[in-house]
Ligand binder design. Structure first.
Ligand SMILES: [Zn+2]
Length: 185
């Protein structure tokens, strides 16, 4: 039942098992979905809710964590094409391009932006200006989460603190997220 897609009126559980949560209602001991969405059972297994599935773009706000790809690199600026907002992975993003200024890359001085990022890097960043879509990657968990070798495009792996190409042994540097290579956003 967990993660199943349901339509309004579909059974999502029984009132003996669960407390009806958001977007559900109970009738005659049965819990039904009141909207189309994905069934979600809370961590304690006590309540069942439905998370509405919608194509409305995710609104981007200051403090949100977003994931995107580096699509251009200038002397002082990284251009990032946003893929999704954390927690809203299945929703489109309306404003697609964001930037990271060299002063917002990390908490210490950055001399060369190209030592921090490279084209096609996938990175995780925090929105610090929602109007101009300016991003920050200074926290430990922020930064590059997936990078590719500049010589042969193989995915780089973290080996004893260094980013190494498993194919051609090229060693590169990035402003890495603590979650690099784990696949967890
Ligand atoms: Zn390589």
């Amino acid at each position: 039942m967990e993660r199943a897609f349901v339509l309004p009126g579909d059974v999502v559980g029984s009132a003996e098992e669960y407390v009806p949560g958001d977007c559900t209602y109970a009738r005659g001991g049965i819990i039904y979905a009141s909207t189309a969405g994905v069934v979600n059972i809370d961590k304690n297994g006590k309540s069942v809710s439905v998370v509405p599935k919608t194509n409305a773009p995710a609104k981007l706000c200051q403090g949100d964590i977003v994931v995107g790809e580096v699509t251009d690199l200038k002397d002082n600026l990284v251009i990032v094409t946003l893929a999704f907002k954390k927690g809203y992975e299945d929703r489109p993003i309306s404003d697609e391009e964001a930037t990271i200024h060299i002063s917002n890359v990390r908490n210490s001085y950055v001399k060369d932006l190209r030592q921090m990022f490279s084209m096609r890097d996938i990175l995780k960043a925090k929105i610090i200006d929602e109007r101009q879509l300016r991003l920050f990657t200074g926290d430990d968990d922020l930064g590059v989460i997936k990078a590719y070798c500049n010589k042969c495009m193989t995915g780089l792996v973290l080996k004893e603190g260094k980013l190494v190409c498993p194919s051609c042994s090229n060693v590169e540097t990035r402003k890495l997220s603590a979650g690099y290579g784990t696949g967890v956003v």
